[in-house]
Design a protein around this ligand. Sequence first.
Ligand code: ZN
Length: 282
Amino acid sequence: MLPAVIYGGVVVPELPEVETTRQGLAPHLAGATVIGIVIRQPRLRWPIPDNLPERINGLPVLSLTRRAKYLLMEFDTGTLLLHLGMSGSLRILQNDTPPEKHDHFDLLLDNGKLMRLRDPRRFGAILWQEGNITTHPLLAKLGPEPLEANFNADYFYQSSRGRNVPVKQFIMDNQVVVGVGNIYASEALFSAGIAPQIKAGNLSLARCTKLVEVIRATLREAINAGGSTLRDFVNASGNPGYFQQEHRVYGRAGEPCRLCSHPVKQLKQGQRSSFYCEHCQK
Ligand SMILES: [Zn+2]
């Protein structure tokens, strides 16, 4: 297995990692009540609200869902919104586990456990919203979830008409579809045989259909691969437990294409590197 995206030794959580985190945490949170909060470092991407303990102490956790790369912990009166940023990870631990460096936040539960955020780079977020979370400014303008039915070929075809932006940037636009990060964009375009520079508006309905299919398959495959690491969510030490996947083109500039053996090319698009095979992607 090869490393996934790593910046300064840190694996950046993308949608599959966030969904795997959700699946790992949810069973420990279901039915549990919050009995305390520890904020060791409030300065994340935005400050952790200092009235958070008054808001959620004593409340049962109703559910843990996900929207794009946000985890949404629902309570009777509102929602705790969590984002893992560049380097964040969440773990379930026994509530007497001593904190280590970068362990900024604990949510203590009445089942003897705690949920702990570790985030060395502090680009993550923990925010609170009363009432309806879907109107939160971070969520209100998001496009469809890639794995839900409203992300489909017709939607993709219609929304790409008249768009001159390269398809790679189009599929990474959160207002078009959420959660297609840089790695998965390169990988999906390779699987679809579509060159990353093609203008979104020039894709035929058949190519839109194929692309929607492979985006969904690529993300599903990554989430399924994450299932084997779920035990890491109850492990106190070590790495965040994000799975590391072998990529087909991402990060492989100059190496032979896995289909045709021509060297994989690299290209800058909107400050991000795209990886593709000139021979297999048109
Ligand atoms: Zn190739």
